[in-house]
Write a protein that binds this ligand. Structure first.
Ligand code: HEM
Length: 400
């Protein structure tokens, strides 16, 4: 238990941290990778360059600090992060390393403002926060260990098929190299892929949503090749998987994780995806038509144009076979306007014209501007916030 003085000190420093938060976390990562270069194998180095991971960590630390006397209120956020940590095989012994370097970074950035009292209070607070994460993650490790076909850490899988889905998206079908069983999962969950890319000094790990319905034989991930664009470099891992990994090759993956999952309500299901954000939603679609056959489903996919539209055939087959599914395609700049239901963007007016009610479960995933637009539209429509579910690709960002 923290004493009142410690609680007050920690809470009163939150505004200061918010001000310097990004500087502190950037400094923290510099220190961390300098002292523990082996951690470069765990953290996504591209996110580090872009700076969104330092920001995500900073936000999580403030949220925890602001609620230090009632940490149970941030458990939903902790769980979402813990899923990702579990999928990356983060261990309890990593926590003190992060804590030590975070506190040192605070001292570096705040200088004299970081009094001994403040640093003492934060040391205690960090330990409490870390323990919450460690406990939640421990339960997750036990659960996956006990799941039939489940495993802890990484396991080799063979690429049994590689199929092009569009000019930029390719599906990889994965079966365990040991020939053993695989666990079921909840549609919407992801796996972490770990690869050693020749000439790169560190190992890379990336999360990819499973794009098909859970089955006993294989996993499928559908990956967009992130080409260089504007000032942004090409995706290191996606380019490698597209160009250099072939059928018969082996990659390491961790067991399915994540809390962006299909609910079991009876109200209509509305799945809205932008670009490669379609992967978790297609898994939900494939699953729901089987496990929730009485449920009305609206599957809305927005893509730039025909040539980058992935999983088109699979979705068309499902909606032909299952009359409860209504599928819509929105192209920003179609080559042929007859190939889509709408040109331009998904707007509130259009959603209202195709959906009979706002009393539905809404799921969306896609690029950040797309997510902001959908979130805004649903808020304007006054959709119940409990019915709104979304997932970011990469570190959690803001929809404001
Ligand atoms: C991801 C917070 C401890 C490694 C994240 C994310 C947050 C976060 C907010 C982003 C989640 C998302 O993608 O939505 C925290 C907090 C910690 C903590 C508050 C301490 C209390 C650790 C430790 C390690 C670690 C001890 C291991 C050394 C990672 C990695 C990612 C991640 C590798 C994935 C993001 C990337 O690679 O860019 N964490 N974390 N974290 N965390 Fe932590």
């Amino acid at each position: 238990e923290l004493d009142q003085q410690t609680i007050e000190t920690v809470k009163s420093t939150v505004p200061v941290l918010e001000k310097y938060g990004k500087d502190i976390t950037s400094r923290f990562y510099q220190r961390l990778f300098h002292k523990h270069p082996e951690l470069k194998n765990i953290f996504n180095q591209t996110n580090q360059r872009i700076g969104n991971q330092p920001q995500a960590l900073a936000n999580a630390v403030y949220a925890a600090a602001a609620n230090i006397d009632q940490l149970e209120t941030i458990l939903p956020e902790v769980k979402q992060i813990a899923h990702k940590h579990r999928s990356l095989n983060i261990q309890p012994e990593h926590y003190p390393i992060v804590g030590e370097n975070l506190l040192a970074a605070m001292q570096d950035v705040l200088g004299d403002a970081a009094t001994d009292d403040i640093i003492d209070a934060w040391e205690k607070a960090y330990q409490q926060i870390a323990q919450v994460f460690i406990d939640v993650e421990e339960d997750m490790y036990q659960e996956v260990q006990q799941t039939e076909g489940g495993w802890v850490g990484y396991r080799d899988f063979t690429i049994v098929a590689k199929e092009k889905e569009s000019d930029v998206i390719t599906s990889f079908y994965l079966k365990p190299a040991d020939g053993g069983a695989i666990p079921t999962y909840q549609p919407g969950q992801y796996i972490t892929v770990k690869v050693d890319i020749p000439d790169l000094p560190y190992t890379c790990q990336r999360q990819y949503s499973l794009s098909c319905r859970p089955n006993q034989e294989y996993f499928r991930i559908s990956i967009k090749r992130e080409d260089a664009m504007g000032g942004q470099a090409a995706g290191v891992v996606s380019s490698y998987l597209h160009q250099s990994v072939e059928q018969g090759d082996i990659i390491s993956i961790s067991a399915p994780a994540g809390d962006f999952v299909l609910d079991h309500k009876t109200k209509p299901l509305v799945l809205i995806s932008g670009g490669v954000g379609l992967t978790p939603l297609t898994s939900m679609l494939e699953t729901a038509v089987h496990s929730q056959p009485d449920r009305d489903i609206y599957y809305i996919h927005a893509a730039q144009h025909e040539r980058v539209h992935g999983l088109k055939k699979q979705v068309a087959e499902i909606s032909e076979k299952h009359p409860q599914v209504r599928s819509y395609v929105v192209y920003e700049r179609p080559e042929d306007t007859n190939q889509c239901d709408k040109t331009g963007y998904v707007t509130l007016e259009w959603l209202q014209s195709i959906l009979p009610t706002k009393e539905a479960s809404f799921y969306f995933c896609g690029p950040q501007p797309f997510m902001k637009a959908i979130n805004q539209a649903l808020a304007t429509w006054d959709v119940n916030p409990d019915d709104i579910h979304y997932e970011f690709f990469g570190p959690k960002g803001s929809l404001d």
